[in-house]
Design a binder for this molecule. Structure first.
Ligand SMILES: Nc1ncnc2c1ncn2[C@@H]1O[C@H](COP(=O)(O)OP(=O)(O)O)[C@@H](O)[C@H]1O
Ligand SMILES: [Mg+2]
Length: 253
C-alpha cells in the first residue's frame, strides 16, 4: 500500500452565500502526480488555498502525511512540506532571480543546505539569468522562477496553479517535462491545476475534475477523457471534437 501524502475529507469553503467548495474528498498518495481540471470558477484555486493554509476551510479536514492541518498558517503548511505557486506569479519584481530564490529558501527555513538555492536555479534552467531583475523576465521565465522558489522551500508536496497559463504550446510542453523531471529528481508528490488538458492528460497519473465546487470525477486520464459527465461539463468546451477524439486516443493507449 502506498502512503497518503494528502488526505482531504468533506472539504467545504463558503464565502458568504457562495459555496466555493462542497464536500470535496480526495486522497493523493506519496509520489503521485495528480492533475486538477475544471471550468473557471469551479473552485480549483480555492481548493489549493484551503490545502496550503491561505484559507481556513469552513468544514472538513486536511491531513498532510496523516497530520491534521486545517486552520494552520501557510507557514505551518510550508514546514509540513507543502509548497505552491500562485495563479498570478508572486515573485519580487525588483529583485534578481537569485535574490528571489534565496528569499524563498529563507522563508522555507527547513534547516536545509544553502546549496539548494543553486541547485534549484540550475534545475529550473535559470542559471544564466540569476542576476536578471525578475520583473523584466518574460512570462515563461517568471513561471520557472516561481517553481524554483517553491522548490527552494524543500517541499514534499508541490501544488502548481496554472504554471503554464499564457504560455505558447511549445512552452507548455516544456513546463510539463520540467515538472515531471523535478518530480523524479526530488521525489515530489505533485498536484497540478491547468487548463491545457491535452498536455496535462499526457503528463499526470490521475485527474480530478472540479465543477461548481464539487468533485465531479476522479480517475486515470483515460477514464476522465471518456467520462460523459466530464465531457459535458468541461472537455466539450475546452477542445473541439477532433481534438477530443485525438486526446481520447492518446490517453487510452
Ligand atoms: N476570497 C473570496 N471571496 C469571495 N468569493 C471568492 C473568493 N475566492 C474565490 N471566490 C469565488 O469562489 C469561486 C471559485 O473560485 P476559484 O477557486 O478561484 O475558481 P477556479 O480557480 O476554479 O477558477 C468563484 O465563484 C469565485 O468568485
Ligand atoms: Mg484558479
Amino acid at each position: 500500500m502506498s502512503t497518503s501524502m494528502l488526505s482531504v475529507r468533506g472539504l467545504g469553503m463558503q464565502f458568504g452565500g457562495l459555496k466555493a467548495l462542497s464536500d470535496v474528498t480526495m486522497e493523493v498518495a506519496t509520489g503521485e502526480f495528480v492533475g486538477v481540471i475544471g471550468p473557471n470558477g469551479a473552485g480549483k484555486t480555492t481548493f489549493f488555498h484551503a490545502i496550503s493554509g491561505v484559507h481556513v476551510p469552513t468544514s472538513g479536514t486536511v491531513r498532510i502525511r496523516g497530520q491534521e492541518m486545517q486552520g494552520n498558517s501557510p507557514d505551518a503548511f510550508c514546514r509540513a512540506g507543502v509548497a505552491r505557486t500562485f495563479q498570478t506569479p508572486r515573485i519580487f519584481g525588483d529583485m534578481t532571480v537569485l535574490e528571489n530564490v534565496r528569499f524563498a529558501f529563507m522563508f522555507g527555513n527547513r534547516g536545509g543546505d544553502a546549496a539548494l538555492v543553486d541547485k534549484v536555479i540550475e534545475e529550473t534552467h535559470l542559471s544564466g539569468l540569476r542576476g536578471e531583475t525578475a520583473g523584466e523576465l518574460p512570462p515563461a521565465r517568471q513561471r520557472q522562477l516561481e517553481i524554483a522558489m517553491a522548490l527552494a522551500t524543500a517541499p514534499r508536496l508541490l501544488l502548481l496553479d496554472e504554471v503554464a497559463a499564457g504560455l505558447t504550446e511549445g512552452e507548455v510542453e516544456d513546463v510539463a517535462r520540467l515538472i515531471r523531471r523535478l518530480r523524479d529528481t526530488y521525489g515530489l508528490t505533485v498536484v497540478w491545476i491547468e487548463h491545457a488538458v491535452r498536455t496535462l492528460m499526457k503528463t499526470v497519473d490521475r485527474v480530478a475534475v472540479l465543477n461548481f465546487g464539487q468533485l465531479l470525477a476522479d480517475g486515470t486520464p483515460a477514464q476522465i477523457a471518456a467520462d460523459p459527465k466530464v465531457i459535458s461539463a468541461y472537455l466539450g468546451d475546452e477542445v473541439d471534437d477532433a481534438d477530443k477524439a485525438d486526446k481520447v486516443d492518446e490517453v487510452s493507449q
